[in-house]
Structures are given as structure tokens and as C-alpha cells.
Ligand binder design. Structure first.
Ligand code: AMP
Length: 113
């Protein structure tokens, strides 16, 4: 998608602090971190949000979780723990419409809501 910030990050048009890449996913550090470690994990395929996901995307979206597990281990977060968040539309505060997992860790996180 030509006007998508995360598509531009994936193809290198916009710089990012890369932490992981494979054949289906890319991960980079959030530009405005909400925790000591704040990483965004995105599929290479443009999917706007969970609302736009189809059953054909289940493998790709599931793959983001196994990527998250590897990244958490790589970042030294696996034992103490971390949080994975997916925001969808306005009430959740979604600002970039390319589906992504936020991986947050490195401190005790407060309860959600
Ligand atoms: P969300 O609010 O769930 O849509 O999350 C979008 C996230 O993308 C926010 O946490 C932003 O700080 C982050 N973000 C936006 N632009 C960039 C960028 N160019 N590089 C890294 N993170 C970004």
C-alpha cells in the first residue's frame, strides 16, 4: 500500500531500528517507546487492522506471535515477561492502519483499561 507508513518502513523508504526480519514479518523499535523495550511486529503483507483480516490471513497473523516469542527471547524478556497488544480502530487508539503487535517489556507493566 503506497501511503502506508509501515509498508514504507518494510521496504526501507522510511528508516527504522530493525530488530528482526523473516519471510513474513518485520520488527522494529517504536519511535515513541511506552516501556524500556517497545517493539512493533508487522506482517510484510498489508492488512489494515484485525477488522480487515480474513481467514486466509490466519497463518500470517499467527506467525507474528511466534516472531514475538523469538524477539522477546532475543531481548532478554522471556523470563520476566512482556505484553503483546493489538489496537483496533478509534476506541483502542489505533493510529497506523497496518496490523501490528506491540511488544512491551523491561519493567513491571500496570493493569490495562
Ligand atoms: P497504534 O497506535 O497501535 O496504531 O500504534 C502505532 C505505533 O507506531 C505508535 O506506538 C507509534 O509511536 C509508532 N510509530 C509511528 N510511526 C513510526 C515510525 N516511523 N517508526 C517507529 N514507530 C512508529
Amino acid at each position: 500500500m503506497t501511503d502506508c507508513v509501515f509498508c514504507k518502513i518494510i521496504n526501507g523508504e522510511i528508516p527504522s531500528a530493525s530488530v528482526y526480519r523473516d519471510e513474513q514479518a518485520y520488527a522494529f523499535r517504536d519511535i515513541a517507546p511506552a516501556a524500556p523495550t517497545h517493539i512493533l511486529i508487522v506482517p510484510l503483507k498489508h492488512i489494515g487492522s484485525v477488522n480487515e483480516m480474513t481467514e486466509a490471513d490466519e497463518q500470517i497473523v499467527g506467525h507474528l506471535f511466534t516472531a514475538a516469542k523469538k524477539i522477546a527471547a532475543q531481548e532478554g524478556l522471556a523470563e520476566n515477561g512482556y505484553r503483546l497488544i493489538v489496537n483496533t480502530n478509534a476506541h483502542a487508539g489505533q493510529t497506523v492502519f497496518h496490523i501490528h503487535l506491540h511488544l512491551l517489556g523491561g519493567r513491571q507493566l500496570t493493569k490495562m483499561g
